[in-house]
Design a binder for this molecule. Structure first.
Ligand code: UD1
Length: 354
């Protein structure tokens, strides 16, 4: 049984679902409903070639406690009703920890895909979700060596940990040829691709205003394309933030997986606070500037094309200039980010006894 809830879960679950389907295993997809807008959820199932979820818990938005509690209450009934050999949870969103906690209490085995990542910043809700999920899981699949080290340090027994690589890259490798830019925008010429949704960047009015003003200034020399997350759109609307020149600073609704992948590939630079995009740009060799003080994906900085910018808007501007001048590191693809991570997961699961 695969648990998905928020946008970054879908491309990971799709990769594992596909390999297990080829092996003929009975699978159920449960959507918690954490993300519910069609362009945050439905479009991904279509594009990723994954069946619609059989169950949707329809929990929607709320405070962290409300969202987590509602998922737990509704999910408990689902697992009780269906004898399940293994529940797969993905990443670090509220749906991940809520499902893992329900399973642990019911004695249903749980596998965590993307285990072991740590930002060491407990003000991030995702860090709490990662720490707890990894304590609860029976099988832990890590994307990189640092994940194994973090888990060992936290006392997770080595027999539960498997370094398999990055399942999100499996989906990227499979669909790269199908990637196409959104028809609504001109994707020729140079541009920066921007995403922003972390509470630490968008919830504080002053911070968001300062970031937005920097994008306005940057857009005079490099066109900006910015698909806006619903959370960010609400905050921008409340603060009356609008692009002065919509041809240079293009604000879009959230876009599908294939459209976003095509834009990443063509971008001169990607500016983001996402986790997954740090990884995708590293794989694609596109410079990435991350608007955070830390990352749970250090391999993208050590080996890849990513640099941490924090909220230092001067550093953001000088880094963009460096990239435009062709002075950015080239980066390397981390080990096991090869499109076959899900197959390694399937091998472990079969040997484990599903
Ligand atoms: C969640 C994840 C985050 C992940 C992100 C990807 C947690 C703690 N956070 O953050 O790790 O990077 O998804 O997008 O699980 N909203 C809509 N429509 C939707 C979904 C959300 O309008 O379909 C709005 C609502 O106002 C909601 C807000 O966005 O309150 C935040 O949604 P939520 O699921 O709480 O967290 P994200 O910020 O999306």
């Amino acid at each position: 049984m695969h648990i998905v809830g928020a946008r970054p879960n879908f491309m990971k679950a799709a990769a594992v679902w596909r390999v297990l389907a080829d092996l003929g295993l009975d699978q159920v997809i449960v959507h918690t409903g954490q993300h519910y807008d069609p362009n945050m959820s439905d479009v991904f199932f279509e594009q990723l070639g994954m069946p619609r979820p059989e169950v949707n818990l329809e929990v929607g938005s709320g405070t962290h406690a409300q969202q987590t509690a509602l998922i737990m209450m509704r999910f408990e009934e689902v697992v009780r009703d269906r004898p399940t050999d293994l529940v797969m949870v993905y990443g670090d969103v509220n749906s991940t920890v809520a499902a893992a906690l329900v399973c642990a209490k019911l004695g249903v085995p749980v596998a965590h895909v993307e285990a072991g990542l740590r930002s060491f910043d407990r003000t991030m809700p995702e860090e709490i979700n990662r720490l707890l999920t990894d304590q609860l899981a029976d099988l832990l699949f890590t994307p990189s060596e640092d994940g194994n080290r973090n888990l060992a340090r936290e006392g997770v027994h080595a027999s539960k940990i498997y370094l398999v690589g990055n399942v999100m890259i499996d989906t990227l490798v499979r669909l790269l040829d199908k990637a196409r830019p959104p028809s609504s925008i001109d994707s020729d010429g140079e541009f920066a691709l921007v995403t922003l949704h972390r509470p630490s960047n968008v919830d504080d009015a002053e911070t968001l205003r300062r970031i937005f003003a920097t994008f306005e200034a940057l857009s005079k020399s490099l066109r900006i394309i910015f698909p806006v997350h619903p959370r960010t759109r609400k905050r921008m609307h409340d603060l009356g933030l609008r692009a002065r020149d919509p041809n240079r600073f293009q604000l879009l609704e959230p876009i599908g997986y294939l459209e976003f992948l095509a834009l990443q590939r063509r971008a001169r630079v990607v500016i983001t606070d996402s986790g997954g995009i740090q990884e995708e740009t590293t794989f694609l060799g596109i410079p990435c500037l991350t608007l955070r003080d830390n990352t749970e994906r250090p391999v993208t900085v050590e080996l890849g094309t990513n640099e941490l910018i924090g909220r230092d808007m001067n550093l953001l501007c000088t880094s963009v200039q460096k990239i435009l001048a062709g002075q950015w590191k080239k980066g390397r693809i981390p080990p096991l980010w090869d499109g076959h991570a899900s197959e390694r997961i399937a091998d472990v699961i079969l040997a484990w006894g599903v």
